[in-house]
Design a protein around this ligand. Structure first.
Ligand SMILES: C[S@@+](CC[C@H](N)C(=O)[O-])C[C@H]1O[C@@H](n2cnc3c(N)ncnc32)[C@H](O)[C@@H]1O
Length: 553
């Protein structure tokens, strides 16, 4: 059982089910902020926060994908009377979702019950369509959202937010919204209170038993709504803007629609046939997101027929899931990794053909410097020797020396010289992360663990005065900044996006514009290599990733 009625929580929030609702009949008051501590934020702060939550309902529930705004009217008071300022109607196509749809054609706002004494009018009248993240489980619904102010100057600091889902019975109410007919969040006299109208009829102001029990989900939801309203209003007041760059490079709606499309096609197979010991859910949905993002990015860069204009290379592709999705979508390309993975065996043959077990040794480390090549055009390699210590169960420790000539010829080595229409993906590709901008092809890097060009673990500092929106001066923030720094020095025009993936390492550094494209390795590539302290141990370090050592033919 929950706490008795009227209980006060640690944060000072009060369970108010025993008190008459300020919203009047048939509203029931649920929770309010501490009555003894007036909030310090203003009505404007509260409204800005709530309008944000109305447009981004996924803030309140992870089961929600997004809201499409179908109807929006904006009124302001003129001579004490509400006057229409702006009106907006939008139609969204629902043909691409199989989800159950509840009253999705009803796009005029529904009415509500209002307190007599506050003289409220709808400043914003919005109808949003809520799309669930899992269209198989939850229904799409339309919901009226009202942002109300008072025409009475005495209550000019009062604001009420009303949510009215277009439903008439609790049986069809989806899981992701509170199971009540309407919700009100009231900002009045520097206090926020949350109120419900239950589905069942309220007789003689009697509170239904369910709403008296704080352990019930619907009651806990009221508490959470209060927490969100309070936290976000304070956030607006203190000027806190989430320093993230979501949906900058690729349009959110296009990305989400593509995500749903790919999820429907591939998630079941991938989760059911998962061959690794890691959590399939995390990897599968992460790679589906990345694939959706890449496809939309490529449409943006190369146009709708991008499949005829580019091919990808996923460097350090690991389990190959991303390659499987992209190849199955008819996109040309390969995944390359030093180590074959169990998962590779579950994929259809056309994907298997596109997964290569090779160690990547960028050709800049093996080929002659361009100035030398000018003088001696016949030279194919730089003549360097790379000693490798080897130890094996059956033989004594020994040193094998590989020449750059051996490595250039070895089928187990990939020198990252690709066709000119290549786009490189470096998804958490660890040792390869900082190398990718140096290879000379358009790319998307999603940094994770920090390594230098020798493949040694390294911590980079965020450059002075740079705020890349990632937590302070962490090793991760340093790595993201370093990839940006290297890229810029090489002439890449950088775009950045915080990907919508279930990983905290979600920053993507993207570039597809460089005046020197096609001319790599440029002089600045050699300069960067030098400035980074060279890459002397790269070959030794990365070859240890392979099971066997490379051989020539
Ligand atoms: C952290 S895993 C990421 C795998 C995959 N991209 C993902 O996100 O699940 C990094 C991968 O990079 C590969 N790798 C690192 N350096 C490499 C190199 N020089 N050549 C080939 N693969 C390399 C590793 O074998 C490893 O599978």
């Amino acid at each position: 059982m929950g706490k008795p009625n009227g209980s006060v929580h640690k944060d000072g929030f009060q369970f108010m089910v025993d008190q008459q609702s300020l919203m009047g009949f048939p509203w029931i008051s649920m929770y309010g902020t501490d009555p003894n501590v007036p909030t310090t934020f203003s009505r404007e702060n509260f409204e800005a926060a709530m309008l944000h939550v109305i447009r981004e309902p996924n803030i309140n529930s992870t089961a929600i994908l997004r809201a499409d705004i179908l109807y929006e009217d904006h009124y302001e008071l003129e001579d004490g009377k509400p006057a229409l300022k702006e009106s907006h109607r939008e139609k969204f196509d629902l043909s691409d979702t199989d989800a159950k749809r509840i009253n999705v054609d009803e796009d005029t706002p529904r009415e509500t019950f209002l307190p007599q004494d506050l003289n409220l009018f709808a400043k914003y009248s919005i109808v949003r369509r809520i799309l669930p993240r899992n269209p198989y489980k939850d229904a799409v619904i339309n919901q009226t959202c009202l942002v109300m102010n008072s025409t009475d100057p005495e209550f000019k600091e009062t604001s009420a937010i009303i949510y009215h889902p277009h439903l008439d019975s609790s049986d069809i109410c989806p899981f992701y919204i509170p199971h009540v007919k309407q919700v009100a969040i009231l900002f009045h006299k520097q206090r926020i209170t949350v109120h419900y109208i239950p589905f069942e009829e309220v007789k003689n102001n009697e509170v239904p038993e369910l709403l008296k029990d704080e352990s019930q989900r619907v009651v806990r939801t009221a508490y959470r709504l209060l927490q969100t309203a309070y936290k976000h209003s304070r956030g607006v007041m203190t000027g806190y803007e989430k320093k993230v760059n979501h949906d900058v490079v690729v349009d959110k709606v296009k990305f989400q629609d593509q995500y749903i499309n790919l999820k429907k096609k591939y998630s079941k197979f991938l989760v059911e046939n998962w061959a690794e010991s890691t959590d399939p859910k995390k990897h599968v949905f992460e790679d589906i997101s990345i694939a959706a993002f890449l496809i939309e990015l490529w449409i943006k860069i190369y146009g709708p027929d991008f499949k005829n204009k580019m091919q990808f290379r996923d460097l350090g592709c690991g389990n190959g899931v991303l390659v499987y999705i992209l190849v199955s979508e008819g996109i040309k390309g390969y995944g390359i990794d030093a180590r074959h993975r169990k998962s590779w065996s579950i994929f259809p043959q056309d994907t298997k053909n596109c997964l290569k077990e090779q160690v990547i040794i960028p050709s800049i480390l093996l080929r002659p410097h361009p100035d030398i090549k000018k003088q001696y055009p016949h030279l194919e390699h730089n003549g360097r020797l790379f000693p490798m210590k080897v130890a094996h169960e059956y033989i004594a420790p020994a040193t094998i020396v590989y020449s750059s000539e051996d490595l250039l010829k070895s089928p187990q080595v990939n020198i990252a010289e690709f066709p000119s229409d290549t786009f490189i993906i470096g998804n958490h590709s660890d040792e390869l992360t900082c190398w990718i901008p140096l290879l000379g092809y358009p790319f998307m890097v999603i940094p994770c663990c920090s390594h230098n060009l020798s493949g040694n673990r390294t911590r980079f500092n965020v450059r002075k005065g740079v705020n890349n929106g990632i937590n302070g001066n962490s090793s991760y923030a340093g790595l993201v900044d370093h990839v940006e720094d290297i890229s810029t020095k090489l002439g890449w025009k950088i775009e950045k996006e915080m990907l919508r993936i279930p990983s905290t390492r979600n920053a993507a550094v993207i570039s597809y514009e460089n005046q020197d494209m096609g001319k790599f390795p440029t002089a600045s590539a050699y300069d960067v290599l030098l400035a980074e302290g060279g890459a002397d141990n790269w070959i030794q370090n990365t070859m240890t990733l392979m099971k066997g050592h490379p051989r020539s033919h």
